[in-house]
Every structure is written in structure tokens, then in C-alpha cells.
Unconditional design. Structure first.
Length: 498
């Protein structure tokens, strides 16, 4: 049995806790490892290490910090295959998908390589008589991230890449379901030249989360997970005086107008709905075809496309997606499918009976699809987070805009159309944070920022890009005067433009 340890002060730490969590292989259903769940004392030790390291790391000039990021990027690329296989064996997503997980995180590390430019402040010469004003961005100190199971490489790198580059140190509390890759990332960060204590990894459950939210030396917390927990993290963290960005759940819609290239839309949507077994906060689990003809045509083409989907083990290069992360999650998805039947939606494809020969104990579930789903159904209102596609029919463009706009979640939305004017109007009006136009998963590139609206995000700052730089730094503004002569003026007034 393999034990996954904490990574504190540059070394592996087994910890003294007797509490452990099981790590499953989703392909076989077997326990393959166990992870130590930290006590408050172990979290305190990680913070103490980060405090010591930050006092030195903040004094390293931005160019040298960027060089560490360049070396970290090089090491990630050199270890891509091993990292992807390690990720897949704990999460269940196919290896190609795991490489995408790592690559999207690596793009933020690439952005962080340019941190000297991003940290430049502002300067005004002659703001008053002999007075100059300038600003600088300075690190906060010790920061922390609490990350989910579905992107164990990408989301940690979104957080710690920018935080460390601007001069902070970082405590990472990854998901206890698939924690091995986060530990490996911390080891590679040390190998890249970051001093010990700059990036610490502490495993745990609610005990660790609450310890992070309450610790007075942690100045900012970034979180990604369910909306209920995101709201809890935001409320408790801000009450303790911390900066908090907390990203929650999603129910992303794909609106299909009658003039859309339907063949292309179906190809895009099948990957967005079923890829990674639907375990993505930017998955596209709801399709809104406008008009009966569009709905019937989409349904027919999607049925044909679903029949070609191959569900397989993580290492099967021909598989479109693998198992879900746990037996409990498979039960949750199956329960939602049953609820949809009971609510009166039409179950067109039922994936609950799917099994894979030789892997009967794996956490597999086949693709499922509902039609004639109504907005008042719980299965529409809540996030299923599995390979389940729902068709919600709309008669008009106005109705289609209203569905995602009125939903409790506002993470992402997509529209499929050839009409530029309709797309422009949709993008301007829809009450959702990220919009794709003929793009099914509108995750922004690393030098823009990621963030939803409504119950998909709590806090005022988005992830990565310049929003990330602003979140992980504080602005200091200096007003300077150098009087001429041997003695200074006897009086000083607030400078004005007059």
C-alpha cells in the first residue's frame, strides 16, 4: 500500500495523524494508496515554513523569480507523460485528457514567466510642485489554495503559479481523492530552484480547510469546488480578514440557433458534454435548441454521435472518456438520472447499465441523454457533474437567452450560429461570466481571466491573468518630494493640480 505524504519545508512529511483517506483506482475500483489527512498542527508547521520562506523569497527580484518559473515549465514538459499517467490512475480521465489538464495549467505558468512586466507599477512626474507619485505592487505574504479533484494539475497551477511569481509563498490543500500530482508539482518546483517552504502541500478534509481559513498568517485563499462550499469558504475566510476568491458550481448551456452548422455543433457538444465523464465545471450539460426543427435534428444527430462514443480505461488511447472518480460519485450521477425519469423528462439514452469487460468493479457510467427537460426540474436546476446531457427546448431567441440568464449558476455559456448580429446580442445580454461563440468550452486563455457569475463565483477577483496578479498583490502608492535648499519648507499642503 502506497502512502501519500504532505510536502512541507521542501521534504516529504508523513505526519503524526492517524487519519487516512483511501485513494482508489477508478478503472478497477480497488484501493491503490492512502493519503494522510493533516491535523491543525501539521497545517501550522506548513504555514511556519511558508512564513520563513516568504521573507527571503519576496526580496528576490522579479526576473530571478521568473527564471524559476521558466525552469518549472521546462520540468513539467519533460515529465508530461509520467504526470499524465499518474493523474489518470487516480482521477480516471483518459491520458490525453490528463495531458490537456496539465497543459492548461502550464499556460498560466508561461504567463507567470512574464511577471516582471506584469508587476510594473505606475508613475506620474510632476503631480504637484516638485512632487512625483508612483505605485508598486507588493506580495501579500502567505497564500493558500483549496482545489478540487477534477483538475488536480491545472487548477493548482492557476493559483500557485501567479502567487509565487509575485513573491508570495503558497499552501496547497488538494483534493484527497487524487493528491499525487499536486505533490509531484511541489517537488518539481523545488527542483526548478524555488527555496524550501515556497510551495507546501498539506492534505486533508474539513479540518485542514477550516485551519486554512482561520490561520492569521494566511492572507489570501483561492478555492474551486461546489457552490455551497464556495460560499462557506468565502464567508469564513472574509470574516477572518482574508482575501478570498471562491469558484463554485456550474450548469453551462449551449444555445443552438436554426442557422447553426449543426454537424459541427454536434461534434463540439459531444466532447464538451461527455469528455472527462462530464466532471468539468466548464462542461456543457444543457443544450437549448431554438425551434422544433432544430431540436429534432439535433436529437437525431446527437443520438448517432453517442453511439460512436467509446468508454474505456484511462490508458485506452481510443477511449473518449474513462470512469468517474469514485463509487459514491457514480451513485450520485445514477440517482440524478433516476430523478430525471421521476420528474417526467424523456430518458433517450440510459448509461446506468454500462459495464466494461474485465473492469466490472470500475466506476464507469455510460453516456446518458434526456430530452424535454423543463426549467422547474431539479435535474436542470442542479449540477449533475457526470456524462449526462439534457435538452431543454426553446421556441424563441428570447427564451433561449433567458434560460442561462435566469439560472442560479453563471459560469459559462455557448451559442452556435452563423449570424454575427445574433451572436453579438447574445454575448452582450446573457447573464453569464464566460461566453463562447461557436466555442463549446469557453475557458479563456491564460493571459485573460477565468470567472463566473452568480452562484458560480464568490468574491470580486477572477482566476489567473492580470486579475490573478491583482488578487495576489497589494498596491502601495508613494508621493515623493525632494525640497531644494538646505532647509525644507515650513509648511506642506496637499498637492493640487493648480
Amino acid at each position: 500500500m502506497r502512502d501519500i505524504t504532505h510536502f512541507i519545508d521542501g521534504v516529504s512529511v508523513a505526519g503524526t495523524s492517524r487519519r487516512f483517506g483511501d485513494i482508489y483506482n477508478p478503472n478497477t475500483g480497488e484501493v491503490q494508496a492512502r493519503v494522510a489527512l493533516a491535523s491543525v498542527g501539521e497545517l501550522d508547521a506548513a504555514v511556519a515554513s511558508a512564513v520563513r520562506a516568504q521573507q527571503v523569497w519576496a526580496l528576490v527580484n522579479p526576473q530571478r523569480r521568473a527564471r524559476v518559473m521558466f525552469d518549472f515549465k521546462r520540468l513539467i514538459e519533460a515529465n508530461m507523460n509520467d504526470l499524465a499517467e499518474l493523474l489518470s490512475c487516480e482521477h480516471g480521465k483518459v491520458v490525453a485528457d490528463s495531458k490537456g489538464d496539465i497543459q492548461r495549467g502550464l499556460e498560466v505558468i508561461e504567463f507567470a514567466c512574464g511577471i516582471p512586466h506584469a508587476l510594473k507599477g505606475e508613475y506620474t512626474e510632476g503631480a504637484g510642485p516638485g512632487i512625483d507619485v508612483y505605485s508598486m505592487r507588493q506580495p501579500l505574504g502567505v497564500t493558500a489554495g483549496i482545489t478540487p479533484f477534477n483538475f488536480p494539475a491545472m487548477i493548482p497551477m492557476w493559483m500557485f503559479g501567479i502567487s509565487i511569481a509575485v513573491g508570495n509563498t503558497f499552501i496547497l490543500k488538494p483534493s484527497e481523492k487524487d493528491p499525487s500530482v499536486p505533490v509531484r508539482l511541489a517537488e518539481l518546483m523545488m527542483e526548478a530552484g524555488a527555496p524550501k517552504g515556497v510551495l507546501n502541500v498539506v492534505h486533508g478534509d474539513k479540518v485542514s480547510v477550516d485551519a486554512i481559513l482561520d490561520h492569521p498568517d494566511i492572507k489570501a485563499v483561492s478555492f474551486v469546488g461546489s457552490s455551497d462550499i464556495a460560499q462557506y469558504v468565502y464567508s469564513r475566510g472574509t470574516a477572518a480578514g482574508k482575501r478570498v476568491q471562491a469558484m463554485g458550481g456550474a450548469k453551462n448551456h449551449g444555445v443552438i440557433l436554426p442557422d447553426a452548422d449543426l454537424d459541427q455543433a454536434v461534434k463540439d457538444i459531444v466532447g464538451a458534454a461527455y469528455g472527462s465523464a462530464g466532471e468539468r465545471c466548464m462542461a456543457l450539460p444543457v443544450v437549448v435548441p431554438v425551434g422544433t426543427r432544430t431540436a429534432e435534428a439535433f436529437r437525431e444527430k446527437m443520438l448517432a454521435e453517442i453511439e460512436t462514443l467509446k468508454v474505456g480505461i484511462s490508458t485506452d488511447a481510443a477511449a473518449q472518456y474513462g470512469p468517474v472518480v469514485s463509487a459514491a460519485h457514480r451513485r450520485k450521477v445514477s440517482d440524478y438520472i433516476q430523478l430525471g425519469v421521476e420528474e417526467g423528462a424523456e430518458l433517450v439514452v440510459d448509461g446506468r447499465g454500462f459495464t466494461l469487460q474485465g473492469y466490472e468493479q470500475g466506476f464507469f457510467i455510460g453516456p446518458s441523454m434526456f430530452d424535454r427537460v423543463k426549467p422547474d426540474m431539479r435535474t436542470y436546476q442542479e449540477e449533475i457533474f457526470g456524462p449526462v446531457l439534457q435538452i431543454v427546448r426553446a421556441e424563441t431567441f428570447e427564451e433561449a437567452v433567458g434560460l442561462p440568464s435566469q439560472h442560479q449558476y453563471g459560469n459559462g455559456v455557448a451559442i452556435f450560429t452563423r449570424n454575427g448580429r445574433a451572436a453579438r446580442e447574445f454575448a452582450a445580454r446573457v447573464n453569464v461570466g464566460m461566453v463562447g461563440i461557436n466555442v463549446p468550452i469557453p475557458v479563456p486563455v491564460a493571459y485573460h481571466s477565468f470567472g463566473g457569475w452568480k452562484r458560480s463565483a464568490f468574491g470580486d477577483a477572477n482566476q489567473h491573468g492580470m486579475e490573478g496578479v491583482r488578487f495576489y498583490t497589494k498596491v502601495k502608492t508613494i508621493t515623493a518630494r525632494w525640497p531644494e535648499g538646505a532647509t525644507a519648507d515650513s509648511a506642506f499642503i496637499i498637492p493640487t493640480m493648480g
